[in-house]
Design a protein around this ligand. Structure first.
Ligand code: PMP
Length: 406
């Protein structure tokens, strides 16, 4: 045993004795964050919407006008191009894929039977990949650079292969790396020629207002860029209030071209006679407009930022000198991507588990759960308390140190 291995083992063994028990496998808001929206419980003095709709009844599959206006303001699109439905954007994404498979999107035939393929910037969001895997869509990895997906590769692939029907994009504060797409990348995605006439960008704007710094990063708007590039139906934008108000009891929305909105409305109308408009009404009363949401997000950031900083400080203290180890420093979102030397992620996660820290499984950020280099660990600092996350980050760092030393 080398001296380095010996000391890494000793530090890790000492940590084991703390008997920590912590689940950090998902990026959930902490209870104090959920508390910020407790007024939702009292935000319903009535049930009549601005246009006179009785929110207690069936109807309005596209959502209440004021809920559409709220998301229109948040997403920078006209309210008429927004649907507010369901409480989880993931279910809207899933349904878009299912309708595309069974019915085809405007300008195309049903994808089912064509062996549809999606491009997946990696590392990416595991649940996007699970949807594709479960619904039989083949996935191709595309490297995610510091400014977004590698566009030379993307452009070459989509120009030559008509089976490539879509691409997952988390354009801002990406899960798990925190990557922000540059305006140039957004414009190239909007403008690129595709062999498939029915190609779609699944634009998951999950972290659009989830800033961690005062910079409040803004990027080019994909719907407008697609329209001006002559591909008005290319992008479908998804968002939700899962990490604004309450995860699981919030509002979800999709925004797109008038043709895609009509298409969605037709197919979604088969599966429901209308969304939960009572929840829409109380959210509109609480969240009001984009400025009110931005102010609320500042309060979320005040709770989240110290946790991210604590993780980064532990990593710097313990891993700063470890060759081949790096991590992202996100300006928003919910995750840090800890990059290990090739072959060390699984082992680190197993060692962390032995120390009582449950992390997202290695490989989760890759299609089919396979990280070819076994080198990415998704860190989700939001849910644990500050003392817990500080300890957990130390434990993860010590586990990684041991994994690479041993
Ligand atoms: N998209 C991304 C990129 C996410 O990270 C998450 C949550 N982890 C979601 C979507 C889920 O959003 P929702 O709660 O609206 O389904």
């Amino acid at each position: 045993m080398t001296t380095a291995t010996h000391s890494a083992q000793a530090q890790y063994d000492l940590f084991l004795q703390r008997g920590l028990k912590l689940d950090m496998s998902r990026g959930k808001p902490a209870p104090e964050q959920l508390d910020l929206s407790n007024d939702l419980l009292d935000a319903l003095p009535g049930f009549t919407a601005a246009d006179g709709t009785d929110a207690r009844n069936y109807g309005l599959g596209v959502g209440l006008p004021e809920a559409r206006a709220l998301f229109g303001g948040l997403l920078g699109v006209p309210a008429a191009q927004v649907v507010v439905d369901s409480s989880a954007s993931l279910s809207l994404m899933h349904d878009v894929i299912v309708y595309a498979l069974l019915n085809g999107v405007p300008g195309g035939q049903p994808w089912v039977g064509q062996q549809a393929v999606f491009l997946c910037p990696v590392p990416g969001y595991d649940r996007h990949f699970s949807i594709c895997e479960a619904r039989g869509i083949k996935m191709i990895n595309v490297p995610l650079n510091d400014d977004g997906p590698d566009m030379d590769i993307v452009e070459r692939l989509v120009a030559n292969d008509a089976s490539i029907k879509g691409m997952w994009c988390v354009p801002k504060y990406s899960n798990p790396s925190g990557t922000v797409y540059s305006d140039e990348v957004v414009r190239r995605l909007a403008a690129m020629p595709t062999a498939a006439p029915d190609f779609r960008l699944m634009w998951d704007d999950a972290y659009r207002f989830h800033h961690l710094t005062d910079e409040n990063v803004r990027i080019a708007e994909i719907i407008a860029e697609c329209a001006s590039a002559g591909h008005p139906d290319r992008a479908i934008v998804f968002a939700s209030t899962s990490k604004v108000s309450w995860a699981g009891s919030g509002l979800a929305a999709l925004a797109s071209s008038p043709a895609n909105i009509a298409w969605w409305t037709k197919h979604a109308g088969i599966r429901s006679i209308g969304p939960d408009k009572i929840n829409q009404l109380r959210h509109v009363r609480l969240l009001k407009d984009a400025a009110t949401v931005e102010a609320l997000m500042t309060r979320h950031a005040a709770l989240l930022k110290p946790k991210f900083d604590a993780v980064l400080a532990q990593f710097s203290a313990h891993l700063g000198e470890v060759a081949g180890v790096s991590w992202t420093v996100p300006k928003g979102g919910y995750f840090i991507d800890l990059v290990t030397p090739p072959g060390a992620a699984k082992r680190t996660i197993a060692l962390a588990k032995e120390a009582g820290i449950t992390l997202t499984p290695a490989g989760a950020a890759y299609p089919y759960g396979v990280d070819p280099e076994d080198s990415h660990i998704r860190i989700a600092p939001s849910f644990p308390s500050l003392p817990e996350i500080t300890q957990a980050a130390e434990g993860i760092a010590l586990a990684l140190k041991l994994a690479v030393a041993g």
